[in-house]
Design a binder for this molecule. Sequence first.
Ligand SMILES: [Zn+2]
Length: 113
Amino acid sequence: MSLARGVPWIYGGVLGATGMIMTVFPQGGPCLRCLFPEAVEPGRATEGERAERAVINTVVTVVASLQVTEAYKILLDCPAHNRGLLILDLWEGSLTRMAVERDPACTACTVTA
Ligand SMILES: [Zn+2]
C-alpha cells in the first residue's frame, strides 16, 4: 500500500526479545520485499511454535518508540533517516544496523520506481 500510494512506511516487527524496524521510501527503495522476497503466510505457525515465539512486552514499546522517532524525522524532513534494517535484541542489549540494498528484480518497488 505504501509503494502504491507513494508514502513512506515504517515497518516494525517483534519476536521474543528482538525487534526490527525499517523505513521504506517508495521513491527509491529498498523496500521490505527486497529484503524478504517471499511473503510469510499469516497464521501458518502451530500452537507450539506460537508459544515459542512469545513476545516480551518491553520490546514492543522500544520498537514503537523507534518507529515514532522515524516518523518525526520524515515529518520534519530530517535527512538522518534510518537506512537499512535496525535490529535490536533487548535480552542481549544489542542494536545492529544492517544495510539493505535494493533488489533490481524486486517485484514491489521496481514497479513504482
Ligand atoms: Zn523492493
